[in-house]
Ligand binder design. Sequence first.
Ligand SMILES: Cc1cc2nc3c(=O)[nH]c(=O)nc-3n(C[C@H](O)[C@H](O)[C@H](O)COP(=O)(O)OP(=O)(O)OC[C@H]3O[C@@H](n4cnc5c(N)ncnc54)[C@H](O)[C@@H]3O)c2cc1C
Ligand code: FES
Length: 397
Amino acid sequence: MSIKVKGFLKDVGGASRVTKLRKEAIENASPVPDPKDHIREVADALHPYAMRFRVTGVRDASPTSKTYRLESLDGHIPVFQSGQYVNFRLRIGESLLTRPYTISSAPYEARGEHPFIEVTIRRNRPYLVPDYFFENVKEGTELDGNMPFGTFYWEPLRDSKNIVALAGGSGITPFCSMAKEIAFGKMADASITILYGSVKSDDIVLKDELEAAEKACPGRVKVVHVLSGDDEWKGEKGFISRELIKKYSGEDPTYMFCGPIAMYNMISGIMDGMGVTCRRFRHDVMNNPADATQIPGYPVGNEKKQYSITVVRGIQEDVIPASGGEPVAVALERAAIPVDTHCRCGECGYCRTKLISGTIFVSPNGDGRRLMDRELGWFHACSAYPTGDLKIKIPIM
Ligand SMILES: Cc1cc2nc3c(=O)[nH]c(=O)nc-3n(C[C@H](O)[C@H](O)[C@H](O)COP(=O)(O)OP(=O)(O)OC[C@H]3O[C@@H](n4cnc5c(N)ncnc54)[C@H](O)[C@@H]3O)c2cc1C
Ligand code: FES
C-alpha cells in the first residue's frame, strides 16, 4: 500500500523554511572558525581540565593533621558542593601521581571577596603523599590538580533534611564542609548531627572549626565526639554503636558515612540491623587497604611476586616493573606514566584500562566496571593487581 503525502504536510513545523535559513547561514558564514565558543567557555569554567593552585596558608587541624588553604591561579574556583574533592597531580621523587582530598572548607568560602578552598590532610603514621605535603608544601607552593569530583554530597531531591553524619579519622572533612555551609552558607534548611569517632581527644581533626559551626548555629549543627581510648573524656565513650546512633538520630534521618574501611564494615552492619534502606545510607568511596592481602579473595603469596607490564600508548610501548602487592595504577605512577586516577577504589572509571594479555586480581571493594567492560577485558587500574606479566593499553594523556 502506498501513502500519498500532501504538500502542506511535508512542511510540518516550517521545516523547509529552516532549511532555507540554514542554507543562507552557511553561505554567509565566515571561513575562519569563531575563536569564541561560549558553551565551551561555560563548560571549562564549571569543569576545568586542569587547574593551578597556590597555597596561601597552612595551619594545624590537630596534632597529626594540617589544613592547607589554596587559591586558584586560573581566576576562579569552580562551583562545588560540600563533600566533593580536589584531585592533586604530584611529582614525588621519580613518581608521577594523583591523590584525592575532600574540600574541608565550605562552598560559600569559595564565592567571597577572597575565594579559597581548604583541604585537611592527616598523617597519623608515615604515608607517601601526606609526608610530602607536611615536609614540602608551604605558603607560596604551587600545586596542579582539578576539581570538583565525587558524588558524596547532600542532594535535597533525594536526601532528607536531617543529616546524621558518621565519621572516623580524616573522614570528618566532608562533614566539616557541610557543617560550615549550614551554619554560615546556603545549604537550604538542612541540619546536621555529626557522630565523630576518635581514639583520644588529641586525634580529633578540625575540632575548632566544628565547635565554631555548632556555636554559630546550635539548632542545626550538632557535633558528638565519641572517644574509644580516652579515660579522661567526659562525653560519649567507646565506638559509635547502634544505641548511640539511635540516641542522636531524630526524625527521618539520612545517614552519611565517611571513614576507614574497618569502621565502614561495622557501621554498615549496624545500618542493616536497624533496617535502614540503601537510599537513606550513603557512604563515600573507600580506598583499598595498602596491604593487598586484606582484600577479600586476594591470592595471598602474590604480594611477594614481581612482574613486568608492557604498556601500550598509541604507537609507544614501555615495559615497566610491577609488584603483585600493588595496583597496576601504582606501577604506572612509579614509572611516571600519567594515569588519571580519582576515587582510587574502582568506582569512578577514570583509570579504565584495556587488558591485552595476562591475568589480574580485581578488588571486589567498589568494583564499578560495567558488565560489557568486564566481558571485553577492560579493568580499573587503581584496584586491579597483576597476577602475571601483563600487556595493557591506556589512553595518551
Ligand atoms: C575521595 C577521597 C577523599 C579523601 N579525602 C581525604 C582527606 O580529606 N584527608 C585525608 O587525610 N585523606 C583523604 N583521602 C585519602 C588520601 O587520598 C590518601 O590516600 C591518604 O592521604 C594516604 O596517602 P597515600 O595514598 O600516599 O598513602 P600510602 O599508604 O603511603 O600510599 C598508598 C599507595 O601509594 C603507593 N605507593 C607507595 N610508593 C609509591 C611511589 N613511589 N609511587 C607511587 N605510588 C606509591 C602504595 O603502594 C599504596 O598503594 C581521601 C581519599 C579519597 C579516595
Ligand atoms: S580511579 Fe576511580 S576507578 Fe580507578
